[in-house]
Ligand binder design. Structure first.
Ligand code: GYE
Length: 310
C-alpha cells in the first residue's frame, strides 16, 4: 500500500533482495572470474545470493532454477549451458511471478517474455573480430591456409556464435578453410586431448595445420601443451587465435605462443546486481545489455598483461 509521503518506493529499493544464480560450472578461467565477480558484487550490493554450480550439465541448472522457484527468491539469473530446452522451466518461473535475467549466454526461446533482460557479450561479433584479423594477416598469402577449430561446448551460445561470426568473415578468402573442427568443451584438458588427435591425423594425412582458432583461452592453452609435446612451435609453426583474455593467455601471448586474443569480459557482477535490483523494484530494464571488449594482437601483450584483472 502506498502512503501519502510516497516512501514506499524507497522502502522497496532498500529491501534486501534474494537472487538465485545458476552458474554453468567452473570449466574455465573466464568462468572462475565471472563467478568471483558475481559473488563479490552481491556482497558489495547487499544482495542475498544463492549460488549453484551446474557442473556444465543442463539438468543440474534446471534443478537449481526449480529449487530457487520453490524457495521463492526475488529474482533468478543464470548463464544457460546450452541454448535450447529452457521454455518449460522459464514458464514455471514466470507463472510463479519470479523475474529471470539471462547472464552471459542466450537461450533460443521464441517467447522473449520468459526473461526480463540479457546481459552479456556479442559472440558473433567476437567471431568476426577473430576472422577479420586472420583475413588481414593472410591477405598476401599464396595457397591454402588450413585452419583447425576448437569449439566450445556443443549447443552453447558462444560456440554457435563464435563459429558463425568467424566463418562469415573468412569466406571472403577462398584460401581460408576450416579443415578440422571439434568441441573441446571450453576446458584445458579437452583442448589438449582434441589437439593431440588433430596432430595425429594431420601427420597421417601429411597435411599442415596453419592456424588454430580456439573458442576460449583454456582450450588454446591445452592445445599449446599438445603442440609443444609434439615438437610444433605454437605462435610460429601454427598461428593461434584465442578468446576471453585471461591472464594465463596474455602471458602465453607475451611468450610468443598466441597471436591474437579477442577479449570477452567476465566481470559483469556489478551490472547484474543493478539489473536485479531494478527488476525487483519494478523498474524498466533494457532487454539486451552488451559488455565492452577489445581485440589484442601479440605486440600489445607486454603492455597489457599488468592491466589484466582476470
Ligand atoms: O568464453 C568460456 C567459458 O560463455 C563467454 O564460457 C562464456 C564462455 C567463455 O567457459 O571460457
Amino acid at each position: 500500500s502506498t502512503n501519502a509521503t510516497g516512501t514506499e518506493g524507497a522502502t522497496q529499493t532498500d529491501k534486501k533482495i534474494t537472487l538465485g544464480f545458476a552458474q554453468v560450472g567452473a570449466e574455465s578461467g573466464w568462468r572462475t572470474a565471472n563467478t568471483k565477480s558475481i559473488q563479490d558484487s552481491a556482497k558489495a550490493a547487499g544482495v542475498d545470493l544463492k549460488f549453484s554450480d551446474a557442473q556444465q550439465k543442463q539438468e543440474n541448472q534446471i534443478k537449481a532454477i526449480r529449487s530457487f522457484i520453490a524457495q521463492k527468491v526475488d529474482v533468478i539469473a543464470f548463464s544457460p549451458v546450452v541454448e535450447s530446452g529452457w521454455d518449460t522451466v522459464l514458464k514455471e518461473a514466470k507463472d510463479a511471478g519470479i523475474p529471470v535475467i539471462l547472464t552471459d549466454r542466450a537461450v533460443d526461446s521464441s517467447d522473449t517474455s520468459l526473461y526480463k533482460s540479457f546481459l552479456g557479450s556479442d559472440f558473433v561479433e567476437e567471431g568476426r573480430r577473430a576472422g577479420k584479423w586472420l583475413l588481414d594477416e593472410m591477405k598476401d598469402h599464396q595457397g591454402p591456409v588450413n585452419i583447425v577449430e576448437l569449439q566450445g561446448t556443443t549447443g552453447s551460445a558462444p560456440a554457435i556464435d563464435r563459429k558463425k561470426g568467424f566463418e562469415e568473415i573468412i569466406k571472403n578468402n577462398p584460401n581460408l578453410k576450416i579443415v578440422k573442427s571439434q568441441t573441446g568443451d571450453f576446458t584445458r584438458a579437452k583442448g589438449k586431448e582434441v589437439m593431440e588427435a588433430f596432430i595425429k591425423s594431420a601427420k597421417a594425412e601429411n597435411t599442415k595445420m596453419d592456424v588454430l582458432y580456439a573458442h576460449n583461452d583454456d582450450m588454446a592453452l591445452g592445445a599449446i601443451q599438445a603442440l609443444e609435446e609434439a615438437g610444433i612451435k605454437p605462435g610460429k609453426d601454427i598461428l593461434i587465435i584465442s578468446m576471453d583474455g585471461i591472464k594465463d593467455a596474455f602471458q602465453a601471448m607475451k611468450d610468443g605462443k598466441i597471436n591474437l586474443i579477442v577479449e570477452c569480459n567476465p566481470l559483469m557482477g556489478p551490472q547484474l546486481m543493478q539489473i536485479a535490483q531494478d527488476v525487483v523494484a519494478g523498474k524498466d530494464v533494457q532487454k539486451r545489455i552488451l559488455t565492452n571488449e577489445g581485440v589484442f594482437p601479440q605486440d600489445t601483450a607486454e603492455k597489457e598483461l599488468p592491466n589484466r584483472q582476470y
